[in-house]
Design a protein around this ligand. Structure first.
Ligand code: R5P
Length: 306
């Protein structure tokens, strides 16, 4: 017997009229703004989604009015619950008759655990990718931490680059701008944002993280920053340690304004305060993770690939 349900649906997106009734967009609870932007960009309907929780804590995500041929299930997997919700929504649309399911992961959780770092550890991103693959025909994910995670899915999976949009909220009057990544791995993102901005140099710092203590140390490059405006660019800001260390180095060297941009503004715990205390002028991210800093949408970039 099913356990009794508590309360009314926690969240519900409204059915909206789009011009393409054969497709419906189905939003996970953490991706409602992104999904609305995707519906607007594609002319597809947004399905009603109801989220309930049973007294034992189990989730139940459902699509009571789903009636399309194809489903686009959108879920930033920012938590264990969000992963579960995604698996349920994939299953629910199949139950409701969807013949093709595309899964959009605006932010793919666990993507940074892309290898077994110590004996006995799982390759967590492979484990979640395999689970997600069972309920879909195709996966799109936005700027995964490493492109190689796409290979962990057992269905076709591609990444979408939303980084060019990070130039949009930057002031037009940056002084002799330098687009700087905190490590070499993100230098191509810095170049992408610079190219989209249309002016400036690129450089990178060298970062080391002590995984036992969580401490981040950043080794500055010898780029001249005195009086220049610097745009720091990374894929994710999580605890804010990487960026706040970088900002501190820049201020020590007489920088002008410092802007932080990232695709995924995870901003966990006191990260935003850390950046403010370090002296950031503004923080800009996309809506792959919905936060106050999500000043640009990655949905148009995804819409082009649907
Ligand atoms: C790691 O290599 C990523 O690109 C980011 O630099 C990292 O996730 C940022 O983490 P945090 O904000 O905790 O320093």
């Amino acid at each position: 017997m099913a356990p009794s349900r508590v309360g009314s649906p926690a969240t519900e997106t409204e059915l909206r009229g789009g011009s393409d009734p054969s497709h419906m967009i189905v939003s996970g609870s953490a991706s409602q703004s992104f999904s609305a932007a995707l519906a607007a960009a594609t002319g597809r309907n947004l399905a009603t989604v109801e989220f309930e929780r049973f007294p034992d804590g189990e989730l139940n995500a459902s699509v009571p009015d789903f009636d399309a041929r194809d489903a686009v299930v959108v879920a930033a997997t920012v938590s264990s619950d969000a992963h579960l919700e995604l698996l349920q929504l994939q299953d629910a649309v199949r139950e409701a008759g969807a013949s093709e399911v595309t899964t959009v992961l605006p932010y793919m959780g666990y993507a940074r655990q892309d290898e077994a770092f110590d004996a006995g550890e799982p390759v967590s991103s492979r484990a979640v990718a395999r689970a997600i693959s069972t309920g879909t025909d195709r996966v799109l994910t936005v700027n995964p931490h490493e492109e190689a995670v796409c290979d962990f899915f057992t269905v076709p999976a591609e990444s979408v680059d939303a980084a060019p949009r990070l130039a949009d909220p930057l002031p037009a009057d940056l002084t002799d701008p330098l687009f700087l990544s905190p490590d070499e791995g993100a230098i191509s993102l810095a170049a992408t944002v610079r190219d989209a901005y249309g002016d400036g140099d690129t450089d990178h710092f060298v970062k080391e993280r002590d995984y036992d203590t969580g401490t981040v140390t950043v080794e500055p490059s010898d780029a001249a920053v005195q009086g220049r405006d610097v745009v720091l660019v990374d894929d994710i800001v999580a605890t804010g340690s990487t960026m706040s260390e970088s900002i501190a180095h820049l201020h020590d060297r007489g920088v002008g304004r410092v802007f932080v941009t990232c695709v995924h503004p995870l901003l966990a715990g006191n990260a935003r305060t850390k950046l403010a205390r370090a002296g950031v002028a503004a923080v800009h991210g996309t809506d792959t993770i919905e936060r106050p800093a999500s000043s640009v949408s990655a949905a148009p970039a995804v819409a082009e690939r649907l």
